[in-house]
Design a protein. Structure first.
Length: 733
């Protein structure tokens, strides 16, 4: 059944390019896939180093290595690099390498665009990394880049926004290529409902990317205009709404989770049948389950926002929708188990990583169901329980499946066999130390430890030390993988034609290693479910006659491809416009439903509320405890303020000592009950402030008085006291 060597070597007379030009001007899907994979592994190591810096800081309580500002930059860049620089490019690289081989295509549909989509990645990565060196440092708002914090940072945030735009363009171009290749370049006989599950997962993932990456682009573009062009989309001082950013971001963000998970499902659905030596159980249900996950992923975004004060009805909807998406995921898990049941299994390294994926991903999924309960999520939100949850989902879901894929297809890619003992050592080392790292974080979160902080209370020390040791050991284990691959490329045994007995998809009918030009003519194949090749004949009627329709020539195929591309580009444009259209839609929904406490003016109880018709007399004051080096002076002492309008006043603070000190300001209100109605948007009391000896600085305080202020309160005093933060200052007393 194997396809003859001569058919695929027929393109050898064209010559394989050599030197740096082979990579800079690559159009062959194998070369581009290889570059994707090496780039993603490099970024994986880079993001891993940032993670180890985070865990080194958290080994013991107190600030040991990094100031809070730099620590926040590390957490932000770690997330961005891992998501956009490591996981997504890795799956695109696997799709580039394997999809044409699995469906009988000569190459990706748009070879030059494929080259461009890769070479956009290194400049974007450099922008992210160089942002550490600019004034103000890198972005420090978390990988979610929440407003209004993201609207107030330095140049590093602009570089991050630019990098996200470039990464998004690369992802969209890669997705267009995948969709057109799968829909238009399949070999005769390779119908959609017979394709390998990896092809199905890549197709659905590509559609998700095209749908949601423009929404993220719209969100960060609005942040950019808020920062530099005077708009107020997310600036509450100008009438915007920071919660709106969360809605727009998570409309992208939750499908993004499945953009990183669905290709993993496809990989595992290829590996497990091979080593169980059985057909994939329930292939049709797997296809529909994958499609259902893609659709439902657009309906659950606000489960990340239960603490924002949304209405109970909205909480119930997103809670039940989140539980519902667990059903098709459960179908997949049961089908994988059923495939292994009573199979003639062997446990080579790819199979071990796939089984590890199922185990760890299921644990992460169960903790996700826990977090889907609104009442529980409100308690655990932004805690280390959430960190444990998404690392069990993403490290297991993405990383373990990628390791499985590399070990599985490495003989076909390179023509060499890796060291099986080192591969199994890599699996067990990663499996053990991954759990040592992340399982204790469940306990930390349940005990109340918040994420994204460089310091913590003493009771969290033991679990943090266990997690930090586990993280360094887990990172060390990835060097085993790197050594194994590099050693195999140079000194590995020559791979047999079909190294895995149960492998029966089209790529395994090609010679090993796969020829530089795989299909000079489209093969005619008879295919079973999940891409299992029942029979294969050489020559399908010319180099480009790759569709079932008889007589379709190269020009007709190009026209067909271009029509599909135009439709996909239109979807991208519409989704970018949708991100902007969410602004008026969001305000209408808020007004109609009372979401986020938005009410119509005529619904306010005038006898109980000021409702903007009266004014409140504000007095600004400061107090200093005896013996402390602070001089705090309000620049304005009295002001009449209309509820519902935004006000800015200035405070001048001086360090009157001869040493460097760190201070924390605390506000006090008279009457005390007025404090809940004074909504501060910007204040020096939000963070600790470091002062050099004799330094004087002026700080703005931006606030708005809630329209619901009781009419009985006609005057409010706002006073600040600045305290020393022990152990943070330097110099002589």
């Amino acid at each position: 059944m194997a396809i003859a060597e001569t058919t695929h070597a027929g393109g050898a007379h064209h010559g394989k390019p050599h030197g740096i030009a082979r990579w800079l001007m690559a159009t062959n899907h194998k070369d581009i896939g290889t570059m994707y994979l090496w780039f993603s592994f490099t970024m994986f190591l880079t993001g891993g180093v940032l993670a180890l810096c985070i865990r080194a800081e958290l080994f013991s309580p107190g600030l040991r290595f990094f100031q809070p500002e730099l620590f926040n930059q590390l957490t932000t860049l770690h997330g961005l690099i891992m998501v956009f620089g490591a996981i997504m490019p890795a799956f695109t690289g696997m799709a580039n390498w394997m999809l044409p081989l699995m469906i009988g295509a000569p190459d990706m549909a748009f070879a030059r665009m494929n080259n461009w989509s890769f070479w956009l990645l290194p400049p974007a990565a450099l922008l992210l990394l160089m942002s550490f060196a600019v004034p103000g440092g890198a972005a420090a708002a978390g990988w979610t880049l929440y407003a209004p914090l993201s609207t107030q940072m330095g140049m590093g945030m602009d570089m991050t926004i630019f990098a996200i735009h470039i990464l998004g363009i690369s992802s969209i171009m890669g997705s267009i290529n995948i969709i057109v290749t799968i829909l238009n370049l399949r070999a005769p006989g390779m119908t959609l409902m017979k394709m390998p599950m990896f092809a199905w997962a890549s197709l659905i993932t590509a559609y998700l990317i095209i749908a949601v990456m423009p929404v993220l682009a719209g969100a960060v573009t609005m942040v950019l205009t808020d920062r530099h062009f005077g708009t107020h989309f997310f600036n509450a001082a100008g009438g915007g709404d920071p919660i709106l950013y969360q809605h727009v971001f998570w409309f992208f963000g939750h499908p993004e989770v499945y953009i990183m998970a669905l290709p993993a499902f496809g990989i595992v659905s290829q590996v497990i049948p091979t080593f169980a030596r059985k057909p994939l159980f329930g292939y049709t249900s797997m296809v529909y389950a994958t499609s259902s996950i893609g659709i439902l992923s657009f309906m659950v975004w606000a489960h990340h926002m239960f603490v924002t004060g949304m209405a109970a009805t909205a909480q119930l909807f997103f809670m039940y929708a989140t539980m519902l998406i667990a059903v098709p995921t459960g179908v997949k898990v049961f089908n994988w188990i059923a495939t292994m049941w009573e199979g003639a299994m062997s446990f080579e390294t790819p199979m071990l990583f796939s089984i590890g994926f199922i185990l760890l991903f299921t644990i992460g999924g169960l903790s996700g169901i826990t977090l889907s309960v609104a009442a529980v999520d409100i308690q655990l939100h932004a805690s280390y329980y959430v960190v444990a949850h998404f690392h069990y989902v993403l490290v297991a879901g993405a990383l373990f499946s990628l390791f499985s894929a590399i070990y599985y297809w490495f003989p076909k890619m390179s023509g060499r066999m890796y060291n099986e003992k080192l591969g199994k050592l890599h699996f067990w080392w990663s499996m053990i130390w991954f759990n040592v790292t992340f399982f204790p974080m469940h306990f930390l979160g349940l005990a109340g430890m918040p994420r994204r902080i460089p310091d913590y209370a003493l009771q969290f020390t033991d679990f943090n030390r266990i997690a930090s040791v586990g993280a360094f050991m887990f990172g060390l284990g990835q060097l085993i993988f790197l050594y194994n691959i590099l050693h195999a490329l140079r000194h590995g045994e020559k791979a047999p034609h079909k190294p895995w007995e149960g492998a029966n998809t089209l790529e395994w009918d090609l010679p090993t290693p796969a020829p530089y030009h795989s299909f000079e003519q489209a093969p005619r194949v008879e295919v079973g479910e999940n891409g299992v090749i029942l029979s294969c004949q050489e020559g399908g009627g010319g180099a480009f006659a790759l569709r079932r329709e008889a007589g379709m020539d190269a020009m007709a195929m190009r026209r067909r491809n271009h029509r599909l591309v135009k439709r996909l580009v239109l979807i991208v444009a519409l989704m970018f416009a949708f991100a902007w259209a969410m602004i008026p839609l969001y305000r209408i929904v808020c007004e109609k439903t009372g979401l986020n406490d938005v009410v119509k003016a005529d619904e306010l109880e005038k006898e109980d509320l000021i409702a903007g018709d009266g004014e409140v007399r504000m007095t600004f004051d400061s107090t200093v405890q005896a013996g402390l080096p602070w001089q705090v002076q309000p620049m304005t002492t009295h002001l009449k303020v209309k509820p519902g309008t935004f006000v800015q006043v200035q405070y001048r603070i001086t360090n009157a000592s001869s040493r460097e000190v760190v201070g924390q300001a605390l506000p006090r209100y008279l009457p005390a009950e007025a404090g809940e109605y004074v909504k501060k948007l910007e204040c020096f009391c939000f963070t600790q402030q470091r002062f050099k000896p004799g330094e004087t600085r002026t700080f703005p305080v931006v606030f708005v008085i809630d329209r619901k202020l009781p009419a009985s309160i006609t005057s409010i005093t706002l006073a600040y006291t600045v305290f020393d933060v022990p152990g943070q200052g330097k110099g002589l007393p």
